[in-house]
Each structure stands twice: as C-alpha cells, then as structure tokens.
Design a protein around this ligand. Structure first.
Ligand code: CIR
Length: 260
C-alpha cells in the first residue's frame, strides 16, 4: 500500500431507511430526523462524486435500521474484499445483503467465519499497516482471523485498543494522508500512532475525528471550526457535511461508505 490508502475510484453507500429511527445508539439523545438525514446523505454522496468517486448507491433496507452504515460490514482492499462479522447482533444480517454486491466488484471475497467478531469501523488501513482496534464490537479472535486472511497479500496488521466508551476505533481517528492521522488526544494517548504524524482534534470537538480522506478532499462533519482550521492550516482541502442526524446513532463520515 502507498497512496492507495486514500486514492480511490469507487464507493458504495446505502440509502437510509425510515427504520433508521430504531438504529443502535450508546446514549439516547433523541431519534434522528429522517428527512434531514436524507438531505445529508445526498450531500455526502455528491461530495464523494466531486472527489472522483463512482458511487454505487444501494437501496434502503427497512429490516436493518443501521444498514446505512455500510463501512461496518466489509473491508475493501485493492486485492480482496473481506466480509466482516459484526459484533452487534441486530447488524449481522447486513453482511449477506452486501456480499453479492462485493462479489460483482471484486475477484476475491472472503468472509470472516468466526467465532470472533469484527466490524469495519474498527479498521484503519494506512500506507504501512492495517490497524484494528479491539472494541465492544471487535474482539481478538476476529482480528486474528482478519490478520490471517490479509497476510496472504503481505499486509501487516496490528491489534490496538479502542478507548473505553468509544464505539469504534475510527470513531476517534481518520487517515489524512499516507503518514498523517487525525486523532482525538485520548486515542493518541494510547500510543498507537507512534511513528505517524498526528493532528489532534480540538478540545470539545472529538466528534470531528471521524472524517475521511478521499483523493484530494477531506470530508468532515460540520460544526467543528477549530479542528477544521487545523486541517486547513496543514494544507488539506476540506468539505463539511452536516452529520447531526447520524451523530445521534454514533455514526460519522467513515461509516457511510466503503471506499476502494
Ligand atoms: C451502530 O451502533 O452500529 C450504528 N448505530 C453506528 C455505526 C457507526 N459505524 C462506524 O462508526 N463505522
């Protein structure tokens, strides 16, 4: 891997279903507004397209309230797509919905069989390695099974920790370029980014950490002006997307797409 960790041509998204109001959340701060979410999702897709993505927009799945968060069900590497085994029981069935889509697009599709669990939100692929955070959704057995699969293509995988109370590893970080990570100070304090250049989210703006780099653009959630300023100062081209509704379900920029 080199720049391929942020240079992509394609993306997969899934439209939100009205059942999104039943989506999982760590803390209930009210249901998302479906109409607003549709607008935000359209803006997200349009911004990916502006960044050069050919976007495959999958239809909404009423039976799976969290299925808009497609990132969690697969890891897409240039050589292979790996189907995940979500730790959230209500999300397990989303994998079978994604499998045929990926089989059409990738020569190799391999599924995590278990007994371990792993969700895509816990995986950060950098230019050097694949970092996987153990979390409430991802355990060591799931990580070990992924490590075994990607070893075939010589990927180095490192198991790290997601801070307690944080849903996914990438809830608290994102890749900005081959050597640079945007991270919350609390995640960086675990030492997992030694050897990388790290830009911290501003205090009180931790939710800005779940951003994505897609080709020349960084897509970040709107409403975090001091972190936005830091990214501009570091030379990144930033687009803000309203994320108020997904945030009610602990979702951010990375969760909404598979990028490859
Ligand atoms: C869940 O709890 O699974 C969803 N409500 C949010 C998933 C967010 N996904 C991600 O951070 N990759």
């Amino acid at each position: 891997m080199t720049e391929s960790c942020y240079e992509f041509t394609r993306a997969i998204t899934r439209k939100p279903a009205p059942s999104i109001i039943h989506g999982l959340r760590a803390e209930d701060i009210g249901d998302p507004d479906f109409e607003q979410m549709i607008l935000d999702h359209a803006d997200y897709v349009a911004t990916l397209q502006q960044a050069g993505a050919a976007v495959t927009e999958l239809p909404a799945l009423a039976d799976f309230p969290d299925s808009v968060f497609v990132e969690d069900v697969a890891l897409c590497l240039p050589e292979v797509a790996v189907l995940m085994r979500p730790g959230a029981a209500s999300r397990a069935g989303e994998v079978a919905q994604m499998a045929p889509v990926l089989r059409d697009m990738f020569e190799q599709v391999i599924a995590i069989e278990g007994p371990g669990f792993i969700e895509g939100g816990d995986i950060l692929a950098t230019s050097k390695e694949i970092l996987v955070g153990r979390s409430g959704r991802t355990d060591s057995a799931g990580i070990a099974e992924l490590a075994e699969i990607v070893r075939h293509w010589d990927y180095r995988l490192r198991e790290v920790m997601t801070p307690p109370g944080v849903l996914h590893f990438k809830t608290d970080c994102s890749l900005l370029d081959a050597a640079t990570i945007l991270s919350t100070p609390r995640l960086d304090a675990t030492g997992c980014f030694a050897g990388y250049r790290v830009i911290h989210t501003a205090s009180g703006e931790e939710a800005a950490a779940n951003s994505i780099r897609y080709n020349d653009l960084v897509l970040m959630p709107a409403g975090f002006p001091r972190t936005h300023e830091r990214l501009l100062a570091a030379g990144y081209e930033v687009r803000e997307i309203n994320n108020s509704e997904c945030a009610r379900l602990d979702g951010g920029m990375s969760c909404l797409s598979l990028r490859f």
